[in-house]
Design a protein around this ligand. Structure first.
Ligand code: MN
Length: 193
């Protein structure tokens, strides 16, 4: 198999009580894994077999290949930003940019949470950076990755597909969003920035 499921950088029960072991078993072990396996199956015998990174495929494909490649990328990006010993606040240059573009850290968190809470359907909400360094919040439907739309560089993301939170929070998406910020490790986001 060409692409493989990246391991989680923490144990399955490391994010309890915010994200349960069962959610990670399904969300990473089954959903994320299925996107990787589907992609491998779909690219067999196509021009996409020659690419070694998901980004290469995302930027050139559409339809089912795009959807599975983008979901594989998005999920890896999502899972690797959590830690049981999360740094809860950004600092340094990233904090300066958040203050410049949103007014304060709490105004950023509030706007991001509002957009994630109000998002209709399945998709992702992102903090992105444009070519000039300006930060903004973007929402994308289904598998869509902001890098393929306007060349925006993702810095952090929340998965708002129901499979990301339904086992733990059922219909209470806003509780999931609050829990997300308890395990989001800003040191990872600072490295990406
Ligand atoms: Mn997901």
């Amino acid at each position: 198999m060409k692409f493989t499921l990246p391991p989680l950088p923490y144990s399955l029960d490391a994010l309890v009580p915010y994200i349960s072991k069962q959610t990670l078993e399904y969300h990473w072990g089954k959903h994320h894994n299925a996107y990787v396996n589907n992609l491998n199956r779909l690219i067999e015998g196509t021009e996409f077999e020659k690419y070694s990174t998901l980004e290469d495929i995302i930027l050139r494909s559409d339809g089912a290949i795009y959807n599975n490649a983008a979901q594989a990328w998005n999920h890896h990006f999502y899972f690797e930003q959590f830690s049981p010993k999360a740094k809860h606040m950004p600092s340094g240059e990233l904090m300066d940019y958040l203050i410049r573009d949103f007014g304060s850290y709490s105004e950023f968190e509030e706007s991001f949470s509002k957009m994630a809470s109000a998002f209709f359907g399945s998709g992702w909400v992102w903090l992105v950076c444009d070519e000039s360094g300006k930060l903004s919040i973007e929402a994308t439907q289904n598998a869509k990755n902001p890098a393929t739309e306007d060349g925006l560089r993702p810095l952090l993301t929340i998965d708002v597909w129901e499979h990301a939170y339904y086992l733990d929070y059922q219909n209470l998406r806003s509780d999931y969003i609050k829990a997300f910020f308890k395990v989001l490790d800003w040191s990872v986001i600072e490295r990406r920035f």
